[in-house]
Design a protein around this ligand. Structure first.
Ligand SMILES: [Cu+2]
Length: 141
């Protein structure tokens, strides 16, 4: 008698535990889905020269970059594994070496007179271009 009354209770308890797990699973799915949806926002990049005329007169150039849809992260900390929503910046002045960094602001000093092109782009942890890119041109007197 005692057992026959507690058995259904145990079954009920097990069923409600299962339901709780299902709800938790569904919530987890929602959370991870919203995370994916957020990470899937196409990344954007905007680069502008700071105080262009004044800097050019001093034979320097400073670029300020704003990005969205991507978290700037040191590629060395990711073992070069590409991951959606993560990346860093590549700066290249004229045909110079590519500077890979997370800094959104960079200055170039000792520039030669003449025309210069500064390319700024978003790169993934594996250093492959993510798409957003801007080429800024300026003249040094
Ligand atoms: Cu890179």
């Amino acid at each position: 008698m005692f057992l026959s009354t507690t058995a259904p209770e145990r079954t009920r308890a097990r069923a409600s535990a299962k339901r709780a797990l299902a709800i938790a699973g569904a919530l987890g799915l929602l959370v991870s889905w919203s995370f994916i949806a957020q990470a899937a926002q196409p990344p954007t990049l905007k680069a502008t020269l700071v105080d262009a005329a004044k800097k050019a007169a001093a034979k320097t150039a400073t670029v300020q970059v704003t990005v969205s849809g991507v978290k700037l992260i040191d590629p060395d900390k990711t073992h070069g594994q590409a991951k959606t929503g993560e990346g860093h910046l590549h700066y290249q002045l004229d045909n110079g070496p590519v500077i890979a960094t997370t800094t959104p602001k960079l200055s170039f000093h000792g520039l030669s007179s003449g025309h210069h092109t500064l390319v700024v782009m978003l790169a993934g942890n594996n250093h492959q271009a993510l798409g957003p890119k801007e080429a800024l041109t300026f003249d040094i007197p």
